[in-house]
Design a protein around this ligand. Structure first.
Ligand SMILES: Cc1cc2nc3c(=O)[nH]c(=O)nc-3n(C[C@H](O)[C@H](O)[C@H](O)COP(=O)(O)OP(=O)(O)OC[C@H]3O[C@@H](n4cnc5c(N)ncnc54)[C@H](O)[C@@H]3O)c2cc1C
Length: 291
């Protein structure tokens, strides 16, 4: 049973922003896969909310590329992302993450914007967007601002969105993806329709068996998605030997803060963090990984 007190469909981004600012207790709804679950569960934060719908705003559904960036509209669904040629040819880790969200019905409705804006550390798209140094384009009334994804997540479930803010697109800088091989590995208790126990996004630029640059991003390794920047620094210039890969993966635990939860223990999560980091690096260099 859904208790919808009111719903207004916005005709433009600026109208949606204005409605959010002028209607008390209003909340933006995109694909609705998170918002409607909260309403159905009678989450107090959501009961009696006035929903402002943006799902018909086609200008937020494009994926384009130019000399500097790939632009992903915030209303692109995971289905759109998984099947888009620009994404397939350039952002393997994001394509892999999109393909692992929920089941087909969810991927057809759930948007990348909603995935980020709900603030969950388990959001499958988030770790790849961290690895890709994504920039979020946010509109409010007539102004536009940009914020690095690393500054957007404030704490568990809390993101830097002010009243009237609407995420319109996500920009991926060319220098952050060109020349990298990338991969996303999700570990969940079930193969489908399950939230990540740990999500690992790894990007590697290498030459002559040496690491030029390694980017390591994680979901559910801390209250927010994170990058393991010290381990990335440690990796620079190292040869891709078994010992060095082991050293990098072990160092990741100095930067993560995995927790015990009903889904998995902290020890198990830590084991996944090192194991999946190693596995991702091995797979990116075309070698089999044996634990
Ligand atoms: C059965 C099921 C399985 C799921 N499996 C997964 C999974 O495997 N992996 C995963 O990551 N998630 C999963 N989810 C969670 C959910 O589907 C995603 O988080 C989804 O991407 C949310 O997008 P949405 O468009 O439906 O968001 P909505 O529900 O519309 O919105 C979510 C939140 O973001 C805000 N918001 C939405 N769009 C914007 C915007 N453009 N600007 C500002 N704020 C905005 C809303 O106000 C709301 O607070 C699952 C959910 C269900 C119900």
């Amino acid at each position: 049973m859904y208790y919808l007190s009111n719903y207004t469909e916005a005709k433009s981004v600026s109208e949606a922003s204005r409605l959010l600012k002028t209607i008390d207790d209003s909340v933006l709804i995109a694909g609705g896969t998170d918002v409607l679950i909260k309403l159905r569960n009678l989450d107090k934060k959501y009961s009696n909310k006035h929903l402002i719908g943006i799902n018909t705003l086609n200008e937020l559904k494009n994926i384009t590329i130019d000399d500097e960036f790939i632009h992903i509209g915030s209303l692109c669904t995971f289905d759109d992302i998984e099947n888009n040629e620009i994404i397939k040819n350039n952002l393997t880790n994001l394509k892999m993450a999109a393909a692992l969200v929920g089941g087909p019905q969810i991927r057809n409705m759930a948007t990348i914007g909603g995935n980020i804006c709900n603030g969950a550390t388990s959001a499958d798209s988030a770790s790849s967007l961290f690895a890709l140094d994504a920039i979020l384009v946010i509109f409010n009334e007539d102004k536009q601002k940009e914020i690095a994804i690393s500054d957007f997540y404030l704490s568990a479930g809390v993101v830097k969105l002010e009243k009237g803010d609407i995420l319109t697109s996500i920009k991926i800088p060319k220098k952050s993806y060109e020349g990298y091989a990338s991969k996303y590995i999700k570990f969940a208790q079930r193969n489908a329709m399950d939230i990540a126990t740990i999500g690992v996004s790894v990007m590697l630029k290498s030459s002559d068996e040496k690491i030029i640059d390694l980017k390591l991003a994680y979901g559910v390794a801390a209250p927010t998605p994170i990058r393991a920047k010290e381990s990335e620094k440690l990796a620079k210039g190292l040869e891709l030997t078994k010992e060095n890969i082991e050293k990098i993966a072990n160092n990741v635990l100095n930067e993560t803060k995995a927790r015990d939860s009903w889904r998995a223990s902290k020890d198990f999560r830590n084991n996944l963090l090192t194991t999946l980091t190693k596995r991702a690096i091995y797979e990116l260099i075309g070698k089999d990984y044996e634990n």
